[in-house]
Design a protein around this ligand. Structure first.
Ligand code: RAM
Length: 524
């Protein structure tokens, strides 16, 4: 399963050292706070709870002071909210002087399921090394221990694997030093009469905050790196909240600083031990560089960045156009050439065509700002790609865009084509209404695509539907216990994981933070 997703595309990277230097100069300071656990917690099976597990409080964390633990003992602490940071604790021996090291296992969980199901049973297809677990050996006690890795969690399970028959251990001053580059004081309080919308906004802001590190990470638990599709959405939410525009600029310069020899920007980047482009390239994500630059320019009004990065943006369009077949349609195949959404059966052709048109429209706006001679070229390409989309993908009788040789109907295809505005305004609106009332074909699985659904609803003027979708989707996640929004969520299949296991999903994932953007920007 999903073997096609584990593909490598070895390409030569042509570093632009000036761009990388600009990005390096924009590296943010990380702000820190200290958080403490607030409760002991226990976990029990409950089929009505998300993933079948419910967590409940058993005692205040203050009671830790009077407790000690020996071989085989364990306890769970709840920090009360989702955190990203470094954990430390003071460990004291109780009884004889420690005649053997302490062997301690710590398991970190964003969700109850990570406290309940042993990681040894993990059977997903991506690496188990993302599961947040650590076995440590402490030779010298009493003493302060700070774990070197950054963790993303709300719950921590402590398992005393061994002490010795002669001593037990007590834990004091368990704390988490949280880190983020997001400055809370820049977020304007949201005045909103609807309590649920206020709550959704709060969780969105927190999600974004915890993903803002030295770049916009996709998820602080996994993959902890800069992905272009995620960046685009984080940046939108950022303009309405933390306004850390320099961090967006840094990320844009990083992508532009590490293109392949053909000029294509990678789908994601690593920032350590050096700035490295990953060998994954997506048709849609590369185009979202254009979109992210467009949004950045109009939010920050930073003309010099636009001037410098415009050639990179325009190049993404040229590369995308190279993928068109003789009809002028995005060439389809079975590889993972375009992301669009995590859906096993989703055909990417029509949605990719939509992304291309959407990105070209934004490029055209940038060309106008720059008074670039590329404007005419873009207009011509827009005209052609839109008319072939109508001629070859649009089924007038069915009232849907069809994708691929199987002529698949998917939500993603309709949404991207609506965003591309290839149909006249009234038909665009009808298409969204039809989609919501008939609920056809292949649905959506991630907040990433749900973002674009809401964006499309707003675009066609269906603000009320947008509100009810935000409440129905992100609100439902809150009802299911989210205190940061998740990477994947399908209300009709709450056990959904793109990776074959709920344990590995990320439960604070950047691309899910955009309700704040919608609520604040469009006054929903
Ligand atoms: C997930 C990543 C990231 C996304 C990719 C395509 O694996 O976590 O958020 O951009 O999918």
């Amino acid at each position: 399963m999903n073997k096609q997703k584990i593909q490598t595309n070895k390409r030569t990277i042509k570093r632009n050292e000036n761009f990388i230097k600009t990005a390096e100069q924009l590296k943010p300071e990380l702000l820190q706070t200290v958080a403490h656990p607030d409760h002991f917690a226990a976990i029990s099976e409950d089929l009505s709870a998300i993933h079948g597990w419910r967590i409940h409080h058993t005692a205040p964390a203050a009671e830790l002071a009077g407790r000690d633990y020996g071989k085989g003992d364990h306890f769970i602490l709840d920090f009360g909210t989702h955190l990203v940071g470094f954990i430390s604790m003071f460990i004291k021996p109780v009884g004889s002087p420690p005649d053997a090291p302490l062997r301690l296992r710590l398991t970190f969980g964003e969700m109850p399921v990570e406290m309940a199901e042993p990681f040894s049973q993990y059977n997903g297809w991506i690496s188990s090394s993302w599961l947040q677990e650590e076995t440590i050996y402490i030779d010298i006690m009493p003493g302060l221990v700070e774990l070197p890795r950054r963790y993303s969690f709300r719950y921590v399970k402590f398992e005393v694997l061994d002490t010795s028959p002669k001593y037990r251990v007590a834990f004091e001053e368990i704390a988490c030093r949280t880190v983020t580059s997001a400055d809370n004081s820049r977020v304007k309080p949201l005045i909103h009469e609807d309590e649920m919308m206020r709550e959704i906004d709060k969780v969105s802001v927190k999600t974004l905050q915890n993903c803002m590190q030295d770049v916009f990470e996709d998820g602080p638990k996994r993959d902890r790196r800069l992905w272009l599709g995620d960046l685009r959405l984080q940046a939108l939410a950022n303009y309405e909240t933390f306004q850390h525009d320099k961090l967006v600029k840094r990320c844009l310069y990083l992508f532009a600083g590490l293109p392949d020899e053909n000029g294509q920007v990678a789908a994601n980047l690593y920032t350590a031990p050096a700035y490295i482009a990953d060998d994954t390239y997506f048709f849609d994500y590369s185009l979202l560089f254009v979109t992210t630059l467009h949004d950045y320019y109009f939010a920050a009004e930073d003309l010099s960045t636009l001037v410098e990065l415009w050639p990179t943006a325009f190049r993404q369009i040229e590369i995308a156009l190279d993928r068109l077949d003789d009809h002028g349609l995005v060439k389809d195949d079975d590889s993972w050439y375009s992301f669009i959404d995590w859906h096993e059966k989703l055909n990417k052709q029509a949605a990719s065509q939509g992304v291309l048109i959407y990105a070209m429209k934004q490029a055209l706006k940038l060309a106008e700002v720059l008074e670039s001679d590329k404007g005419r070229f873009l207009q011509k390409q827009l005209q052609e790609t839109s008319s072939v989309a109508i001629a070859h993908l649009w089924d007038k009788q069915m009232g849907y865009f069809l994708s691929g040789k199987e002529k698949q109907i998917s939500w993603a295809s309709q949404i991207w084509m609506v965003l591309a505005e290839v149909l006249p305004e009234a038909e665009n609106r009808q298409l969204m209404q039809r989609l919501l009332s008939e609920q056809p074909g292949i649905g959506l699985t991630t907040p990433y695509m749900h973002h674009y659904l809401v964006e499309a609803l707003i675009q066609v003027g269906e603000k009320e539907q947008a509100v009810s979708h935000i409440k129905g989707y992100w609100g439902e996640m809150i009802k299911d216990g989210a205190d940061a929004f998740w990477e994947a969520y399908d209300p009709n299949d709450k056990s959904f994981s793109p990776y074959g296991s709920q344990l590995i999903n990320s439960y604070c994932h950047a691309w899910s933070c955009t309700p704040s953007y919608f609520i604040r920007k469009f006054h929903l």
